[in-house]
Design a protein. Sequence first.
Length: 276
Amino acid sequence: MKSILTIFALLFALSATAKKPPVTEEEYLRADSALWLEYEAFGARLYEQAEANPELADSLEMAAEVELERVLERVLERNAQLALQYAATPSGLKRCFMVRLDVPKDTLRRVLRTLPRQMRQSTYGLAIQQHIRTRQVVEGRRAPHIAAVNEAGEKFDLRALEGRRVLLLYGGLGCMGRQGRAYVADLYAKTTREDLEIVVYWSVETVEQLKELKAHYNVDYQFVTECMADCSPFKIEYGVQATPTCFLIDRDGRVLVKSEGLDPERFDAILFRGEE
């Protein structure tokens, strides 16, 4: 995180004197594409080395995973830097929203001040402003109300579940993989609905899309949405972008766990061993 803040500080300190590249949609898309193609090519070269040395394949693959993770951290820093640099373009501003949780709010505020009014009043410009004004959910806080609907189009009220524990997932049933889905299914099977509800929030635009997701995954968990796609109040207030982001909420509506990805050790400690 310190390295990210340093990059942001240098970016703005040098902005007055540095020669700026053309701030166009095409230039941003070209720079963004080059960044990720370079990362993919780097990964491919690492795994080619493993394939070329089968006697060392296991150790080389493990080393490749460590190196890829290290390089990915730098790529993500550059990804955020590019978004801020090209915030005056539609795709750059959209990416600013996507990386907002990794960027200091003061930095986002300064970027917005440099943009034309039309960009500030755009969907993503307004969403970033709302993010800046909002205190995002952290562990220990009460879970905010969600003005959502389920796949039947019926209103969903998280407050109606108080008295029960809730595992609230921001999407991610696909991202968590077969092992993750099996773990969530096991939680559901081991508990009653009076004890634990599993609710999955999806960033979709229509109830019909929510129905399709429910049919695809064929699970009994509650599926809900605000029908607002990317820039929903849920995403902004709960402070989520990566999927799945998970919230384990106690019977009084208090967030006990907020985690990017499943956290079985903490979930099990609370749900089955009474630890908080």
